[in-house]
Design a protein around this ligand. Structure first.
Ligand code: NAD
Ligand code: MG
Length: 382
C-alpha cells in the first residue's frame, strides 16, 4: 500500500481528484508538479507541504518561488524538475497525471527508481509502451493503471493465472457527446460542442479525444501494452451509461466486469491500496436505480480515429508515437478554433503518411517520431 506520493500534474482533473484521495487515505505528498497555474499550486503547496514543487514553465517557477518565500519547499522547473519529482526519495508511488507525451521520460525515471506507478498518462504507453513495460519488468517496478477501463480490467484479472487464460478484453466507451451523429454531421462541430462530455468531467485534451473516439483508440493500445495482447484481442463496445467500466472474457467463456458510478477516485484509490481495498465515502452504485445497461458496436465510419489507432496498433514500431504526437497537435489546433472537428483525423493521417515508421525503435527514435509528427501537423497548418 502507498504511503507517500509524488504527483505529476497536480492541478489537472486527475491531479485534483488524486489529492482528494490522498486526504481521505492520509497519505504523504513528497512532490507536486504543474505546468503554469501558479496560484493554484501555491495553495496546494501550503496545504500538502511537499518537499519539492515543480512548475514546468520557468517563469511560473520564478513566480511560485516568490510567493512561497515563507514556506520550506524547494521550487524547480522544466523537464529536469519533472524528472526530479519522479525520482523523489520520500515517495514510494508516482502518479503520472500530466497530459501528453511529456509524461514519457518522467515515467521511465520513476520506473528506474523502482516506484509504484499509478499511471493515468496514457500517452506514455501509446508512444513507448513496449519499452516502458520492458523497463518496468527489468526494474521490478509495478505499473497500476488509473485509467478507468484499464483499472477495471486490472481488477478483473486479480486471480488470473496468465494471459493464455484471456480470450479478449472489452473496453467500454461512453460514445462521447457526438454519439449517433454521421461523419457529415460531425464536420461542423466546435470545441465548445466537444467539451460537453455526457458522463465524465475531464481535462480539455482527453475530452476532445473522447469526442473523436481517439481516446478509445489510445486506450486499445494502452491495454495491449499493459496486458501484452495483440490488437485482435482488444475489442470496444459502446456503453452509454458508463457503469460497466470494462470486461474480460476468459477462454472458458466466463466474462468478468467491474461496475460502479463514473468516478475516477475509485481507480485512483485502488492504485494506492492494491492489492487491498479501502472503504470509500463516495456514492455507491444503486443497481436497482441505474436502469438498463446497453452495449453496441462503435461507428467506425463516423469516427475514423478509432480505425486509425487500430491500424497503428497493428503496424507497431513508431506508428503509435507518430499518431499520438500528431493527434496532440491537432487537438490543440481544434481547441484554438484553427481547424474543424473532422480535420483532426485528417491531420493525423497526413502525419502518418509523411513520417516514416521505424521498427524496434529505441527511446530516441520514439521521441523523434513524436517531434516529426508534430512538425508535419504544424507545416500543414502553416
Ligand atoms: P488536465 O488537462 O486536467 O491536467 C493536466 C495536468 O498536466 C495539469 O496539472 C497540467 O499542469 C499538467 N501539464 C500539462 N501540460 C504539461 C506540460 N507540458 N508539462 C508539464 N505538465 C503539464 O488533464 P487530465 O484530464 O487530468 O488528464 C491527465 C492524464 O490522465 C491524461 O493523459 C489523460 O488522458 C489521463 N486520464 C484522465 C482521465 C480524467 O478523468 N480526467 C481519465 C483517464 C485518463
Ligand atoms: Mg478511460
Amino acid at each position: 500500500m502507498t504511503k507517500a506520493i509524488s504527483l505529476l500534474g497536480a492541478t489537472g482533473s486527475i491531479g485534483r481528484q488524486t489529492l482528494q484521495v490522498v486526504q481521505e487515505l492520509g497519505l504523504q505528498v513528497a512532490a507536486l508538479t504543474a505546468h503554469t497555474r501558479v496560484e493554484e499550486m501555491e495553495q496546494l503547496v501550503r496545504r500538502f507541504r511537499p518537499a519539492l514543487a515543480v512548475m514546468f514553465q520557468p517563469e511560473a517557477a520564478e513566480a511560485l518561488r516568490r510567493r512561497l518565500e515563507d514556506v520550506d519547499v524547494e521550487v524547480a522547473s522544466g523537464p529536469e524538475g519533472l524528472l526530479r519529482a519522479a525520482c523523489m526519495d520520500g515517495a514510494d508511488t508516482v502518479v503520472t497525471a500530466v497530459v501528453g507525451s511529456v509524461g514519457l521520460e518522467p515515467t521511465l525515471a520513476a520506473i528506474r527508481a523502482k516506484k509504484r506507478i499509478a499511471l493515468a498518462n496514457k500517452e506514455t504507453l501509446v508512444c513507448a509502451g513496449e519499452l516502458v513495460m520492458a523497463e518496468a519488468r527489468r526494474c521490478g517496478a509495478r505499473i497500476v493503471p488509473v485509467d478507468s477501463e484499464h483499472s477495471a480490467i486490472f481488477q478483473c484479472l486479480q486471480g488470473c493465472h496468465g494471459k493464455e487464460e484471456i480470450r479478449r478484453l472489452i473496453l467500454t466507451c461512453s460514445g462521447g457527446p457526438f454519439f449517433g451523429l454521421s461523419y457529415q454531421e460531425l464536420e461542423g462541430k466546435t470545441a465548445a460542442d466537444a467539451l460537453k462530455h455526457p458522463n465524465w468531467s475531464m481535462g480539455a485534451k482527453i475530452t476532445v479525444d473522447s469526442a473523436t473516439l481517439m481516446n478509445k483508440g489510445l486506450e486499445v493500445i494502452e491495454a495491449m501494452r499493459l496486458y501484452d495482447l495483440p490488437v485482435e484481442q482488444v475489442d470496444v463496445a459502446i456503453h452509454r451509461q458508463s457503469i460497466v467500466h470494462s470486461l474480460v472474457e476468459f477462454r472458458d467463456g466466463a466474462m468478468l466486469a467491474q461496475l460502479g458510478t463514473p468516478d475516477m477516485k475509485l481507480p485512483i484509490r485502488y492504485a494506492f491500496t492494491w492489492p487491498q481495498r479501502a472503504a470509500s465515502p463516495d456514492r455507491k452504485l444503486d443497481l436497482l436505480q441505474c436502469g438498463p445497461l446497453t452495449f453496441q458496436a462503435p461507428d467506425m465510419e463516423a469516427f475514423p480515429c478509432l480505425r486509425i489507432a487500430r491500424e497503428c496498433a497493428a503496424a507497431g514500431g513508431t506508428a503509435c508515437a507518430i499518431m499520438n504526437g500528431a493527434n496532440e497537435e491537432a487537438v490543440y489546433a481544434f481547441l484554438d478554433g484553427r481547424i474543424g472537428f473532422q480535420d483532426i483525423h485528417r491531420l493525423v493521417q497526413r502525419a502518418l503518411d509523411a513520417v516514416e515508421v521505424k521498427y524496434t525503435p529505441c527511446l530516441e527514435d520514439i521521441l523523434e517520431a513524436d517531434r516529426a509528427a508534430r512538425r508535419a501537423v504544424r507545416s500543414h497548418l502553416g
